[in-house]
Write a protein that binds this ligand. Structure first.
Ligand code: NAD
Length: 495
């Protein structure tokens, strides 16, 4: 069993002697232990980050970009090992882990273009012989707090861009699967990142509170559940920090009667049950519009029954376990509540057992039909392999469902009507929208973020939004006259 310590100033270390078990979700047994950092660990992290910021912020963007290029190569070489670290502590299939690391890698690639991204604006003669320009400067120490469901990708939405912009960065990974972050930090050092520019501070909510309260930290990036996102946003903003806090989701996929039904079913299957539904862009609600409903439900039902649920070590697995025993119970309670509230349970994933893995956190794919909008399984995020089908009589009713839901992360429409899809993309109140695409996750050079209860703060992650979040704007107005007319001016200049 590995003891996962902090990564501070280019070395693994920990002052605290308190450790938490990291559980293999497939077996329900501890595989590693992670340190719960104390005040001393926190203080040395801050000291190291402050010291590193001084020099790193003064490196040229080109030099910073060269380190990122090397980092990209090292991640590519180590991707099989990184994927194993993710799968063993998260439970998702190996190919899915690799896919998620690749999405993180794309942010490193984007951040490698930092000299271009930091180019400012210049205006000649904003007044007579006066020039003006804007530049973006790093913030200082930035911190990121990340969830269990993407142990590599979500941290990589944050620190590559922050560091490329000249900041130092403290990452507080999920205590449920911290190993991959530790390896990613080590690789960054190998690529030439100076010690202390990226520090990893492990722990739970106590260490998060230290980060939120610290006067030395300039910004907080958070991804996790909505109640915690809201708490982080309010507390960090009160402390005067810049905050982006991404929360939970309930993503609807609308299937119109003119949709290609096979494509819609395949899209729904992957998006609802991939990674055991533990993705913030998972489709947890299929909205069947008009007369397509019966066929759609029948086809999903047929496919879901034969979906292969297995541990990540089985290369034929299509879906793994959920993260913890507690989470499994929570999901099973949601299934019970759906039955009690009158939804039609077509496929029940409870009591799902795999020989040799009886203690694992497995739940089979679960399918509800005839879900109503007042039901708990519709209103709340379940974050498991549970798909609710809700039937809508027409497009307007479907759009209202999407727009009236509290969450606003992602949505998608399957249709062959271009005009209708344009109406949908224009009028839905959601941050990320797909047309005949089930999981519309923006690429690294666009930005990721939802609306409503799915994001608190005003910046999405990565892309240009990331560069803006991790830099502050400065605008200089300058003139170089041979002689200045003497005497002060008391009026606002007009030319
Ligand atoms: P979580 O909110 O429980 O934990 C996220 C992080 O916050 C962890 O590092 C954890 O240690 C810390 N934390 C937990 N409770 C805290 C508290 N009370 N005070 C301070 N810090 C606390 O989330 P999770 O279970 O790890 O992840 C699943 C959630 O994340 C889901 O709701 C999912 O939708 C969401 N998520 C959202 C996005 C997005 O982009 N919107 C992406 C991935 C996951």
């Amino acid at each position: 069993m590995n003891k996962i310590r902090n990564y501070i100033n280019g070395k693994f270390s920990a002052n605290s002697t308190e450790y938490l078990n990291v559980i293999d979700p497939s077996k329900g047994e501890p595989i590693n232990q992670v340190v719960l950092s104390n005040n001393k660990d926190f203080k040395s992290t801050i000291e190291s980050s402050l010291k590193a910021f001084h020099n790193w912020s003064q490196e040229t963007p080109l030099k910073r970009s060269r380190v990122l290029f090397k980092y990209k190569n090292l991640i590519e070489k180590d991707i099989d090992n990184l994927a194993k670290l993710v799968s063993s502590e998260h439970g998702k299939t190996l190919e899915d882990s690799k896919g998620s690391i690749t999405r993180g890698l794309e942010v490193v690639e984007f951040a490698s273009g930092i000299p271009n991204l930091l180019k400012g604006e210049f205006s000649q003669n904003v007044g007579t012989n006066i020039d003006s320009w804007s530049i973006r400067q790093p913030l200082g120490i930035c911190a990121g707090i990340t969830p269990f469901n993407f142990p590599a990708m979500v941290p990589m939405w944050m620190y590559p861009i922050s560091i490329a912009c000249g900041n130092s960065f403290i990452l507080k990974p999920s205590e449920k699967n911290p190993s991959c972050s530790a390896r990613l930090a080590e690789l960054f050092s190998e690529a030439g990142l100076p010690d202390g520019v990226l520090n990893i501070l492990n722990g739970d909510k106590d260490v998060v509170n230290l980060l939120l309260e610290s006067k030395d930290i300039s910004s907080i990036s958070f991804v996790g559940s909505t109640p915690v996102a809201k708490y982080i946003y309010e507390k960090a903003a009160k402390e005067g920090k810049r905050v982006q806090a991404l929360g939970g989701a309930k993503n609807h996929l609308v299937v119109m009667p003119d949709a290609n039904i096979d494509q819609a079913v395949d899209g729904i299957m992957g998006a609802a049950f991939g990674s055991a539904g533990e993705r913030c862009m998972a489709v947890s609600v299929a909205v069947a519009v008009g007369n397509i409903a019966d066929k759609l439900v029948e086809n999903i039902h047929n496919k879901a029954q034969v979906l292969k649920v297995a541990p990540w070590t089985d290369s034929s697995a299509e879906m793994g376990p959920v993260i913890s025993k507690e989470h499994k119970i929570k999901i099973e309670n949601y299934i019970s509540s759906g039955i009690e509230e009158g939804a039609q349970l077509l496929l029940d994933g409870r009591n799902f057992k795999i020989q040799g893995y009886e203690n694992g956190n497995f739940i089979g794919p679960t399918l509800f039909d005839k879900v109503e909008k007042n039901m708990k399984i519709y209103k709340e995020e379940i974050f498991g392999p549970v798909l609710s089908v809700i039937r809508a009589k027409d497009y307007e009713e479907a759009l209202n469902l999407v727009n009236n839901h509290a969450f606003g992360n992602g949505t998608s429409i399957y249709t062959s009507d271009g005009e209708l899809s344009r109406h949908f993309t224009t009028n839905c109140k959601i941050g990320m929208v797909g047309v005949n695409v089930p999981i519309p996750v923006p690429m690294a050079f666009h930005s990721f973020g939802g609306w409503k209860d799915s994001l608190f703060g005003d910046h999405a992650m990565h892309g240009l939004e990331g560069v803006r979040f991790y830099t502050k704007l400065k605008t200089v107005t300058s003139r170089w006259p041979k002689s200045i007319k003497s005497g002060p001016e008391f009026i606002m200049p007009t030319n």
